[in-house]
Design a protein around this ligand. Structure first.
Ligand code: B12
Ligand code: SF4
Length: 240
């Protein structure tokens, strides 16, 4: 996102002359959804994401802060979620507690990416096989029927990460984790939380020898965080 924002700034500079700016994308306490809505890009839907009537919500928001005296856009005033509650009904952890209100503590995105410590036990079974974030509230949104897959190479899955088996991924040591996630945002959760998340997902998998062997291979990991999640997962398969 930084490169396109820089290109946008260069294009503005061609038209308006040199100007000062700062680019943001999910990188600072900036009210990105509210700014986007006020800039006329769409409305904030019941799933709390900004929905563009032509593109749905499968995009990141990025912006340039500048003191250039630009003309104002008119805010999008419509709200087109209507009576639909698909996102609220589909959320695996019941995190969308009311239209447009997400309890971040229950959201799988928070639990698997932002949370550093143990994942609350009552939510583990609800996480299913999600090991990094969640998009269910966007997947079910009817407005995303119009969404197009991006041709940007940066948004394509890297290192075949969309085709890995969890029983293999739990075996990666830290060096392999870092190599396989190079250039991917997944890298920032680090190896320990990667193993924590996979342990939960394998705890939710159908019981079988490969799943149990994969979990047992991490039962003596130096991190208590990992060991505790592995114990929980093995208990789910009837192994205390
Ligand atoms: C913290 C955060 C999270 C948290 C909390 C999410 C939440 N819904 O609050 C967690 C980790 C759970 C999360 C998850 C996800 N996130 Co997030 N997240 C953010 C982040 C960094 C800050 C949002 C925030 O809390 N801002 C502070 C609050 C105060 O702002 P706000 O909620 O917009 O508040 C406004 C209104 O809601 C209202 N308001 C809020 N509280 C109150 C209280 C009162 C009394 C009143 C009157 C009004 C009011 O007023 C505020 C000002 O207008 C933004 C990036 C950014 N800088 O904005 C991305 C962002 C919102 N996330 C994004 C994405 C993609 C996701 C996920 C899909 C990621 C994933 N695949 O796993 C999930 C989706 C979860 C969901 N359904 O929302 C995108 C959304 C893109 C879009 N189309 O809208 C953003 C914009 C990042 C980006 N640059 O692309 N996220
Ligand atoms: S990202 Fe997943 S867990 Fe979070 S609010 Fe959406 S559906 Fe719920």
């Amino acid at each position: 996102m930084r490169n396109p924002l820089k290109q946008l700034a260069d294009r503005i500079a061609e038209l308006a002359g040199p100007f000062g700016y700062r680019a943001f994308v999910d990188s600072a306490p900036v009210l990105e959804r509210a700014l986007a809505r006020n800039a006329g890009l769409g409305w904030i839907g019941k799933n709390a994401n900004l929905i563009d009537p032509k593109r749905g919500s499968w995009f990141f928001l990025g912006e340039l802060y500048t003191d250039l005296p630009l003309p104002h856009d008119s805010p999008e005033t419509g709200y087109y979620c209507g009576t639909c509650t698909r996102c609220i009904d589909a959320c695996p952890t019941g995190a969308i507690v009311a239209p447009n209100r997400v309890d971040a503590r229950r959201c799988i995105s928070y639990l698997t990416i932002e949370l550093h410590g143990p994942i609350p036990e009552d939510l583990r079974a609800l996480i299913g096989n999600r090991i990094y974030g969640c998009d269910d509230c966007q997947l079910v949104c009817p407005w995303n029927k119009f969404a197009q897959a991006s041709a940007e190479r940066d948004f394509a899955p890297r290192h075949a990460l969309d085709r890995i088996a969890l029983t293999e991924a739990i075996a990666w040591d830290e060096a392999e984790f870092l190599a396989r996630t190079e250039g991917s945002p997944i890298r920032r959760i680090g190896h320990e939380r990667w193993l924590r998340n996979i342990a939960v997902a394998l705890g939710n998998a159908p019981t079988g020898p490969a799943v149990i062997a994969a979990l047992q291979s991490r039962a003596t990991h130096p991190s208590e965080l990992v060991r505790e999640h592995v114990r929980w997962a093995l208990a789910r398969h009837g192994l205390a």
